[in-house]
Design a protein around this ligand. Structure first.
Ligand code: NAP
Length: 201
């Protein structure tokens, strides 16, 4: 059975996903509420953190933590071992497509191949569900979330809205119309607002 898919994103008041200081401590504290089995991440989100991954402590995989699955049809991610050792995840899974460039023969990373030139996200979710995943949390600056939304694969959206207008940069969602049902609002110190919506069927 396909898992529940929730996407949480930190945004400015004008919907941008970068160009401001996101409250990461609150972001990740709230994210733990879903107790996801899999963190599904866009390759560009990982690439933006590669230097930080290299510099961070590497306590090793945490068996009780979620699996990190990265959509990477162009095989751009290099820091797989560093990600695995961060202590945030139990293991890492590279999501590739048929046309993904060849991996080094000694590559040790678990992989799942779906789709022809892009990863087939619906099939990925089906496979993760078959392997026992109940909840998948998407971490993305917006691109992967928009693709999943367009495919009707997202069940819940949570926005952590920061009290700042950035004025330029990527918005979390560029789609035309997605009907949503309000599921909850919380206001935190400093004017940060957490908005949760269910995606209407
Ligand atoms: N504010 C926040 O909460 C937040 C959270 C995360 C990241 N960020 C920031 O956002 C930026 C990165 O986010 P982003 O939105 O640019 O990229 P992203 O969502 O991290 O990455 C885009 C992903 O979408 C995949 N994709 C695109 N079209 C697809 C399709 N048709 N089928 C299947 N997969 C498809 C790409 O796959 P391929 O690469 O395989 O083509 C890639 O994995 C960074 O600056 C990061 O720091 C902000």
């Amino acid at each position: 059975m396909r898992p529940q898919v929730v996407a949480q994103v930190a945004v400015s008041l004008d919907g941008r996903t970068s160009g401001f200081d996101a409250d990461l401590a609150r972001f990740y504290a709230l994210a733990t509420l879903w107790q996801e089995d899999v963190t599904l991440v866009g390759a560009d989100t990982i690439l933006a953190q590669e230097a930080a991954v290299r510099a961070a402590p590497h306590p090793g995989p945490r068996p009780a933590a979620p699996l990190l699955a990265v959509v990477d049809s162009r095989a751009r991610v290099r820091e797989w071992e560093g990600l695995r050792q961060l202590g945030h995840w139990s293991d890492v899974l590279a999501l590739y497509a048929d046309q993904t460039p060849a991996r080094p023969p000694d590559a040790m990373i678990r992989e799942l191949v779906t789709g022809y030139d892009r990863v087939d996200l619906a099939e990925v979710l089906d496979v993760l569900g078959d392997r026992g995943a109940k909840t998948v949390r998407v971490d993305s600056g917006g691109t992967l979330i928009a693709v999943l939304l367009e495919l009707g694969l997202v069940d819940e959206i949570a926005l952590l809205v920061h009290p700042v207008v950035v004025g330029s940069g990527q918005r979390w969602c560029g789609l035309e119309e997605v009907p949503l049902r309000h599921a909850g609002t919380e206001v935190f110190e400093g004017g940060i607002v957490w908005l949760r919506y269910c995606v209407s069927a």
